[in-house]
Design a protein around this ligand. Structure first.
Ligand code: HSE
Length: 289
């Protein structure tokens, strides 16, 4: 029996569109076994059940078997816990892709290296910023132009944690990518390049006082905020309550505020504020995995 636990991930972290991502301590758990023939999928929560062809754990396993020309007699997949919400910008599809490839690699006798898994998962997802931290853990910066992925881990200061605010509504990544322009002006590029470089350096050096400016972005958030009702007001409230930066998690709909560990009142005050907007927002205080 192969047991796989994959973390949720938050991509972009403001300016790092398709380049930066971070694993969070919220997990899906999957068990995989070989059987004599056929495919069996067991969902511990039947409400989440998907048809086989949409089950990315299964389709990613098949992809890995095909690529390595491996004949597997039969597979049993158990989706044991599914804590990463779907279509909320927390890397649920990345978690399934990673689980499928890692599971297939175990069955094939570990023929793939960690970098092979990173490359295949990125090829399947189309961008590296969820799958890479889901594999490596922590915060990661990745470069991907369609070939091999180059990635490097970034230190996350112990003094911060992440207020992950998850709404009841979903945003599809396809739609959220579709609202972005095809090209950008020089000043917007400089705005993001300077912030993403500063974000990595300030995180590595623990320069918390520099972080606020680092999470700002002109590449995706200005275009996506119309898909997330109340985003500006929620960010404004988080700032009032002492957060040191705010950003959309991946392509949304989840919003994240970066909070110092000693800001003990943040969670309850923010929960109260979100409940006043509507009853469908959930808040989880998470750390990097
Ligand atoms: N970087 C991707 C995007 C992440 O923002 O579209 C999607 O989860």
């Amino acid at each position: 029996m192969i047991r796989i636990k994959v973390p949720a991930t938050t991509a972009n972290m403001g300016p790092g569109f398709d380049a930066i991502g971070m694993a969070l301590n919220l997990y899906n758990e999957i068990e995989i076994d070989t059987i004599d023939e056929g495919v069996q999928v067991v969902w511990d929560n039947p409400e989440l059940e998907l048809p086989l062809e949409q089950n990315m754990v299964y389709t990613s396993m098949l992809h890995a078997f095909e690529k390595y020309d491996f004949k597997c007699k039969g597979i049993k997949i158990r989706i044991k816990s599914c804590n990463i919400p779907l279509s909320r910008g927390l890397g649920s599809s990345a978690s399934s892709i990673v689980a499928g490839i890692v599971g297939a690699n175990e069955i094939m006798g570990k023929v793939m290296s960690c970098d092979d898994i990173v490359d295949m998962a990125t090829e399947l997802e189309g961008h590296p910023d969820n799958v890479v931290p889901a594999i490596t853990g922590g915060m990661v910066v990745s470069i991907y132009d369609g070939g091999k992925v180059t990635y490097s881990k970034v230190d996350v200061p112990k003094e911060i944690r992440f207020a992950v605010m998850i709404p009841g509504f979903k945003v599809s990544t396809e739609k959220a990518r579709g609202v972005m322009p095809e090209s950008y002006g020089k000043s917007d590029c400089v705005y993001n390049i300077s912030r993403v470089a500063m974000l990595v350096n300030a995180m590595n050096k623990g320069e918390l006082d520099k972080l606020r400016v680092c999470f700002e972005d002109k590449i995706h958030q200005p275009y996506r905020k119309n898909l997330i009702t109340g985003m500006d007001e929620i960010f404004e409230e988080a700032k009032k309550l002492g957060s040191i930066g705010e950003f959309i998690s991946g392509s949304g709909s989840t919003l994240i505020a970066v909070v110092k560990t000693d800001n003990e009142g943040f969670e309850s005050s923010m929960r109260k504020y979100l409940a006043e907007i509507d009853g469908n927002w959930e808040i989880k205080m998470l750390e990097t995995d």
